[in-house]
Design a protein. Structure first.
Length: 209
């Protein structure tokens, strides 16, 4: 997968001394959890990241020339009670997790435009909680997994109301399936009244009364 780099990032990658940083964002209902692999707080593009240092581990990010949904594993050790409660009590499955790769310059300032190296959805989470510390391991599915999922939708009133609760456009679909529609017949007799139906041959021009 090709990615475009800013000129500053290209210079940082080609320098004799490279100072890479990893930024991880986990989406939770109560607010995003932003972590980076350094010490202390770090602000990148107006987003505040909490330093996890060596306690943050990102599994191998595998890519191939084929269209494959390769996931990753993110592990965080030595976590605090508030973060443990967030992981244990909040819904996380299907929430987005993004990994970005950035770099710092010689003054330890973040170079603009970190590149996204992985974007996916949190799938399963394993929490190992001991008396002294806790470890969270999250398996993350690649976004490409969406192409492998079967989405079954039907033209029924119940299905339509999933997206549009007040829509009645499909309310009579079930009746229409068994409805007999008579085409090419007239039920109006001469004089404008309702009379017996007469057969009409569509191939023969008809004279209007």
């Amino acid at each position: 997968m090709s990615r475009s780099l800013s000129s500053a990032m290209e210079s940082a990658v080609e320098a004799d001394l490279v100072r890479p940083i990893v930024l991880v964002t986990c989406a939770f209902d109560s607010g995003d959890l932003n972590l980076w692999n350094g010490i202390g707080s770090l602000t990148v593009s107006s987003v505040d990241y909490v330093g996890a240092g060596t306690l943050l581990n990102i599994g191998e990010i595998a890519e191939s020339s084929e269209l494959q949904a390769n996931g990753i594993t993110v592990t965080l050790s030595g976590i605090t009670d508030p973060l443990l409660a967030k992981a244990r009590d909040e819904d996380y499955q299907g929430r987005e997790l993004t990994v970005k790769l950035g770099a710092m310059d010689a003054a330890n300032a973040v170079i603009t435009s970190p590149v996204t190296v992985f974007s996916g959805f949190m799938d399963t989470m394993v929490i190992n909680d001991s008396s002294e510390t806790a470890t969270i391991q999250v398996n993350v599915e690649n976004r490409l997994i969406e192409f492998e999922r079967t989405r079954v939708r039907r033209y029924t009133a119940e299905d339509q109301k999933i997206d549009y609760p007040t829509d009645k456009g499909l309310e009579f679909v079930a009746e229409m399936a068994e409805k007999e529609i008579v085409w090419g017949r007239s039920t109006v007799g001469s004089g404008g009244g309702t009379g017996p139906a007469r057969d009409v041959d569509p191939a023969v021009p008809q004279q209007l009364d």
